[in-house]
Design a protein around this ligand. Structure first.
Ligand code: NAD
Length: 335
């Protein structure tokens, strides 16, 4: 694939693996400046002389940043992720900038990670790994439950929710779904029910809805109180779907049986960087990771070779669409 003439793209929050997969498929006529720093008002200047920026989940695209980018001559924003809760859509529309995302790159990758977390947390394989290496073969503290026959609740039955439901069905779970805008495809896997029923009946609740004003802190004191005692909560979607303080209270009171999170409300200060030699100032995060029944991964649900290739390919398709002035199926909704 080629782009019509030389274009310059500034990629923010670029990691070595982004460089690898974007270079592998980079079209002729496109120059990319890779910046490991995140995009914000202070770093926007790095996009000087660029036609487009390419951003990820924790880059900031509020009105101030978009105005700064626009003033620098940037006309296109390419999100190399599905979620776009970090973008001010109204500012984008006002400035007339093009913005497209990668709505689906491998729903199975995220669904499989959700399952990896459920199985790890349930069967304590992360603890068993260390024990066995130390010559400790005692089983106390490692007891789990049989997944077969349990009820799993999927909140948001879109692409990833459906993929997760399919895998859970394969494990012999009864699957419930909640989605205010249900898409076809779930009926053969399970039953759609009101959120309260899903929370009351599910042994595992897995979140797969986007972060919006309506879903922020969807899991908070009231919804936690409605969950089945001792249930497992899984969040591979967006951190702010969960009120972390409320979840910590529910873990301390043992109402919530286990928590698996690949995303965290304040993750932008921590994730995608090595902080192993730093003093982490986030006490809430410190408290979370002190529970034996909490498993945290650093937003790696998407992180498979297939998904990374797909992200680069679709981002380049979006860029070509913008260049050609054609219809782009992956445009962000109008603000
Ligand atoms: P999708 O658009 O296919 O599905 C989202 C579903 O959520 C839709 O069916 C929608 O109707 C539903 N929904 C909207 N509001 C809801 C509400 N209030 N309650 C319940 N459901 C609601 O999106 P997807 O591709 O399945 O992705 C889901 C989310 O996963 C994304 O928004 C993104 O935040 C997250 N994600 C995480 C990773 C990761 O690496 N952990 C990777 C990709 C996507």
């Amino acid at each position: 694939m080629t782009v019509p003439h030389t274009l310059r793209l500034a990629m923010f929050s670029a990691q070595p693996y982004d460089r690898r997969f974007f270079e592998e498929a980079r079209p002729a006529g496109l120059a990319i400046d890779y910046h490991d720093t995140a995009l914000d008002t202070g770093t926007a200047v790095l996009a000087q002389e660029c036609d487009a920026v390419c951003v990820f989940v924790n880059d900031i695209l509020d009105a101030a940043v978009l105005e700064r980018l626009h003033a620098l001559g940037v006309r296109a924003v390419l999100l190399r992720c599905a979620g776009f809760n970090n973008v001010d859509l109204a500012a984008l529309a006002r400035l007339g900038m093009f913005a497209a995302r990668v709505p689906a790159y491998s729903p199975e990758a995220v669904a499989e990670h959700a399952l990896a977390m459920i199985l790890t947390l349930n069967r304590r394989t992360h603890r068993a790994f260390n024990r066995v290496r130390e010559g400790n073969f005692a089983l106390d503290g490692l007891v789990g439950f049989t997944l077969h026959g349990k009820t799993a609740g999927i909140v948001g039955t879109g692409k990833i929710g459906l993929a997760t439901a399919r895998i859970l069905r394969g494990f012999g779970c009864r699957v419930l779904g909640y989605d205010p805008y249900p898409a076809p495809g779930f009926a053969e896997l399970g039953s759609m029910v009101p959120l309260d029923d899903l929370l009351a009946q599910s042994d595992i609740v897995s979140l797969h809805c986007p972060l919006t004003d309506a879903t922020r802190h969807l899991i908070g004191p009231a919804t936690l109180a409605r969950m089945k005692e001792g249930a497992m909560l899984v969040n591979t979607s967006r951190g702010a779907l969960v009120d972390t303080a409320a979840v910590i209270d529910a873990l301390k009171s043992r109402r919530l049986g286990a928590l698996a999170i690949d995303v965290y409300e304040q993750e932008s200060a921590l994730f995608f960087r090595d902080h192993s030699s730093d003093i982490i100032a986030d006490d809430v995060f410190g408290r979370l990771t002190s529970f034996p029944n909490v498993l945290v991964t650093g937003h790696q649900g998407f992180f498979t070779i297939e998904a990374l290739r797909e992200i680069a390919a679709i981002t380049y398709d979006n860029l070509r669409c913008w260049q050609a002035g054609g219809q782009c199926a992956n445009l962000l909704p109008a603000g």
